[in-house]
Design a binder for this molecule. Sequence first.
Ligand SMILES: Nc1nc2c(ncn2[C@@H]2O[C@H](COP(=O)(O)OP(=O)(O)OP(=O)(O)O)[C@@H](O)[C@H]2O)c(=O)[nH]1
Ligand SMILES: [Mg+2]
Length: 198
Amino acid sequence: MNQKILAEVVFAGRSNVGKSTLFSDLFGVDVRKGRKPGTTIKPNSINLKGLQITDLPGYGFIQGVSREFSERVKDFIVHYIENYSERILVAIQVIDGRSFIEIVERWEKRGEIPIDIEMHQFLNDFDFPVFLAVNKMDRVEKKDYLLNIVAQKMGMIPPWTNWKHRIFPISAKKGETENIRKALKKVLADKGFGGILR
Ligand SMILES: Nc1nc2c(ncn2[C@@H]2O[C@H](COP(=O)(O)OP(=O)(O)OP(=O)(O)O)[C@@H](O)[C@H]2O)c(=O)[nH]1
Ligand SMILES: [Mg+2]
């Protein structure tokens, strides 16, 4: 029987940033389906004692995937969050710290709003907190430099260290996720879902 969904945590981010890796690290459940990007929009969810954890499909343009499909994914995510905003306790937006600056500059050169920034603004308009997981920090050399740019681009006045309750430099692959785990644990415990995260 399907368990009732009382509340939800969502993971959002571009393709290949490490959403599923972080999901697995935090919840100990492997949700990577090895799906070919651009073939399905269905999110992967698990239900832990009434708390649904949802790995949303990756947004943004990726090689080999049509622009039309990317737009459909974005629309899906926007509608999903709007539909379920009441039960969402926290949204975890994952970005790839290694490629963030390059991607943002590419969009800005074209005079467009980078999709990660647009998504961040969209998420921030709801009542739930938005955790920004800056992943793949094991591949970043000038860490504070990057994190200050991330903060600034996402509308948080640097230094990033003033935003440690919102910005979480992590390496999901290496299991270096203690900062976000701790913050998530607290949000969940405050909402009556203590004991779900180890
Ligand atoms: N160097 C490094 N690589 C990482 C890290 N986290 C994830 N990766 C790698 O990044 C790639 C993509 O990881 P996924 O977790 O599948 O990314 P995703 O965001 O779920 O991708 P989609 O499901 O396609 O949207 C994999 O090869 C991971 O091993 C990290 O902290 N550091
Ligand atoms: Mg994934």
